[in-house]
Design a protein around this ligand. Structure first.
Ligand code: SF4
Length: 312
């Protein structure tokens, strides 16, 4: 869950999940529908499906797999999760390489392009493994978490890095170069990920309400991605954000929008109060916060409801 979102955002989901599935066997017995419903709002539903598949597999084992090689054989567990489980739960000499760790090690060893260049990423992974060999038994999980936390709180992206208070500054190659050259170096490492072919789309989410103020949502038809999930009706525009503000703002109440990226599409999403709507359309319902039958909403619609609820 924490790979899907910030910790602050995901904690309520996590608490609800752990309340319903306090252990692997309770999760392994669950129906996929219920698992997806509890995951609703986190996105990437394939991860929830894989968590369920993994739980079903784990309960058949006599012992929980404790090393990276065995963990990698489980559906849905990739190198990062396998290293995280092996180091944090089983004190194995590995370090999970997430975005925060990539940033710390890129700067520490002056390896600039791990986000775009496989050979630089490989160097980072090798450095992580090498570092893990020096950590005494009993402290490997703590070391893995310390590196992740350092990246999240001190060695932050771009100009937010706080080198003056960093415990690694005397060892850090990039920081030393910055000091000796007098030029900014830390902020530019790791070099930004080149996102090729990102399609920019302006999307209007139409807020039709019934008398009770409930919003109209529709089921995504079969054959489309996210088939069967529920979403606010929408219109895509071939235009810029400025156009939305200037032109639509006069005719409708355009609320604040948000950014949303799915695969290769970067959306500028605008929430538009489209008026009252009384009729019942086929495949549409008015969304109730506590429905008798829970509906799986798309992540974009979840975000929109969150923005509306919190008045962001
Ligand atoms: S000294 Fe700066 S760049 Fe180096 S690890 Fe610490 S925070 Fe990151």
């Amino acid at each position: 869950m924490s790979q899907q979102s910030t910790l602050k955002m995901m904690l309520p989901f996590y608490k609800k999940w752990m309340h319903r599935f306090p252990d692997l066997s309770s999760l392994a017995k669950a129906q996929e529908e219920e698992v997806l419903q509890l995951w609703q709002g986190l996105g990437y539903y394939s991860r929830a499906r894989n968590v369920l598949k993994a739980a079903k597999e784990f309960v058949t084992y006599k012992n929980f797999p404790s090393n990276v090689e065995k963990l990698l054989l489980i559906k849905g567990i990739g190198p990062y999760t396998a290293s995280a489980i092996a180091s944090i739960a089983f004190d194995q000499a590995v370090i999970p390489v997430d975005g925060n760790v990539i940033r710390v090690l890129s700067r520490l060893f002056l390896i600039p392009n791990a986000l775009n260049d496989r050979s630089d990423l490989k160097k980072i992974q090798e450095k992580a493994l090498e570092l893990a060999q020096y950590v005494p038994a009993g402290q490997r999980g703590a070391m893995a978490q310390a590196l992740m936390d350092l990246g999240a709180t001190v060695c932050r992206p771009g100009a937010l890095a706080q080198c003056a208070g960093c415990p690694l500054r005397k060892l850090c190659e990039t920081y030393k170069l910055e000091i000796s050259s007098g030029c900014s170096k830390v902020a530019a490492i790791p070099q930004k990920k080149e996102r090729q072919g990102l399609q920019k789309i302006t999307r209007l989410l139409l807020l039709y309400r019934n008398k009770a103020g409930c919003l109209l949502i529709r089921k995504r038809p079969s054959g489309l991605p996210l088939e069967g999930q529920w979403e606010l009706p929408s219109l895509d525009l071939v235009s810029s954000d400025d156009w939305v503000r200037e032109c639509l703002g006069g005719a409708f109440e355009v609320k604040r929008g948000f950014r949303h990226t799915i695969m290769n599409s970067a959306y500028s999403v605008w929430l538009v109060e489209a008026g009252k709507f009384a009729g019942a359309l086929k495949g549409h319902v008015f969304y109730s916060k506590d429905p008798q039958t829970p509906l799986t909403l798309t992540t974009m619609t979840q975000k929109a409801l969150f923005v509306l609820e919190k008045n962001l």
